[in-house]
Design a protein around this ligand. Structure first.
Ligand code: GAP
Length: 444
């Protein structure tokens, strides 16, 4: 598996999915840039999420809140005191660990460093807050400290009443948001799995107290179904329900959807989380802001603080899952073929259009097809190199269909459609291509 990850990192760079950030300066740890293919893939993931969470349902609406928030938000949320990891260092080899990541007790006098093998060299664990700090305004003093949000959720809670009133929503209803979050992680790594800047896709569902178990189960199922609909192998997805000692400070119950990423001693890792947050968030914001965040339930004539079921997914982690799950190598007639078996709905490009050769009017026909199809689909035109190399490039970025203009096109106005996964080919009339491509994507 480490091997697949290495190959994927190289493929991502070669084909323009993900680049190390600031690479010409030697890179910066745990930050990555998305190239043309990665940007398209990420946008498709986000659109799919937003569609499923808001456009295709009446009870959830979107929001786009600011990254910088009032500093009291982080007092109310518990992040200032609770959002910490226990940090220890090996005095001998200087390696830094998260104490809770180790499968032994590092405070024992003869605890052995897994990196250098020395015993008794660990420092005392220290609590380390993961929030990035900066200053607002020109004066760099403690009165002007603000935090760069470590999750998007708080922007939703503080807007609960604004959204409820303006969108005229009654409970139960949800607010969904996609946005950047920042954490000064102690042990980032595994490519884009754990980074210091990442993107979250979070939804907070406001419910009547007492209905928590029902909605928690409902959202677990919804989120699993969304991941499966991305075309992920069902054998590589599972739930992991948190034991009481694993729960985050805000959660009454939590379940992770885990994907078999494959790295590390245990190949299963958290992909996203579903949390029953009870009344924690709104009651704390009510207390710290002094603004009432209660809800008047007209049906039952009761007034209460809504409870919250949260679904919290990482966009970068979802993208990594899609790449790992889609990575394929096969041998055909002694030749190795690498391709990404991405679901056509989320593939960065839906089709590539090629002239077989750069003569006999084929490029002109191919370009006309390209210009017609680009009105509706993400497509690319390519006339550079042999047809085999052009297919190989498209296989590596997961393009499900390649359309080739060849000699026969000149006589009967048809092109070949080559299927990425099966390598089968069919002929299709040029004037039916737009419709046919739509059918192939929808039917996949
Ligand atoms: N609002 C709740 C919350 O933020 P979390 O479990 O800390 O919960 C939710 O984060 C999701 O965000 C994770 O399941 C993961 O997909 C993503 N995530 C968290 N930290 C990340 C990091 N450092 N790098 C990439 N993704 C991260």
């Amino acid at each position: 598996m480490e091997n697949v990850m290495e190959k994927l990192v190289a493929l991502c760079k070669r084909r323009g999915f993900v680049f190390p950030s600031s690479e010409i300066y030697g890179g910066i740890n745990a930050c990555w840039d998305y190239g043309p293919m990665g940007t398209r893939l990420k946008n498709n993931i986000k659109t799919s999420w937003m569609n499923a969470m808001t456009r295709l349902r009446e009870d959830v609406v979107p929001l786009d809140a600011a990254i910088l928030m009032h500093p009291r938000v982080w007092e109310a949320s518990g992040h200032l005191t609770e959002f910490t990891d226990p940090l220890i260092d090996c005095r001998h080899c200087k390696t830094r660990f998260r104490a809770d990541d180790l499968d032994f007790d590092p405070t024992l006098p003869d605890a052995q460093c897994p990196k250098c093998g020395m015993r008794g060299t660990f420092t005392e664990p220290r609590r380390f807050n993961l929030m990035f700090k900066t200053f607002m305004g020109p004066v760099e003093d403690t009165a002007n400290v603000i935090y760069i949000r470590p999750e998007t959720a708080q922007g939703i809670y503080v807007n609960f009443d604004n959204v409820r009133v303006s969108a005229r929503k009654k409970l139960p209803f949800g607010i969904a948001q996609i946005g950047k979050a920042f954490r000064n992680e102690i042990t980032p790594g595994n490519f884009i799995f754990r980074t210091r800047e990442f993107e979250q896709m979070e939804m907070q569902y406001f419910i009547k107290p007492g209905e928590n178990a029902k909605w928690f189960e409902y959202w677990k199922e919804q989120r699993m179904n969304w991941n499966l609909a991305l075309g992920i192998d069902p054998q590589r997805l599972r739930f992991h329900d948190h034991a009481p000692d694993e729960l985050a400070h805000y959660a009454r119950a939590a379940s992770d959807i885990q994907f078999q990423f494959g790295f590390g001693t245990d190949p299963w890792h958290e992909l996203e989380g579903i949390h029953d947050r009870g009344e924690y968030d709104l009651s704390h914001h009510q207390e710290f802001s002094g603004k009432k965040l209660e809800y008047f339930d007209e049906a039952s004539r009761e007034r209460y603080i809504p409870n919250i079921i949260e679904t919290s997914a990482g966009c970068d982690r979802t993208l990594l899952m899609i790449l790992i799950d889609g990575y394929r190598e096969e041998e055909i007639k002694g030749e190795k073929r690498v391709f990404l078996g991405l679901h056509p709905r989320i593939a960065p490009l839906k089709a590539a259009i090629f002239p077989l050769v750069k003569k006999e009017g084929m490029p002109e026909i191919a370009r006309r097809i390209y210009e017609e199809l680009m009105q509706r689909f993400d497509v690319v035109y390519d006339e550079g190199g042999s047809i085999g190399r052009r297919y190989a490039r498209m296989d590596e970025v997961g393009t499900p269909f390649c359309l080739t203009v060849d000699g026969q096109t000149l006589t009967d106005q048809t092109v070949t459609i080559r299927y990425r996964d099966t390598l089968e080919q069919e002929r299709c009339a040029i004037d039916r291509l737009r419709e046919r491509l739509g059918e192939l994507i929808a039917g996949a």
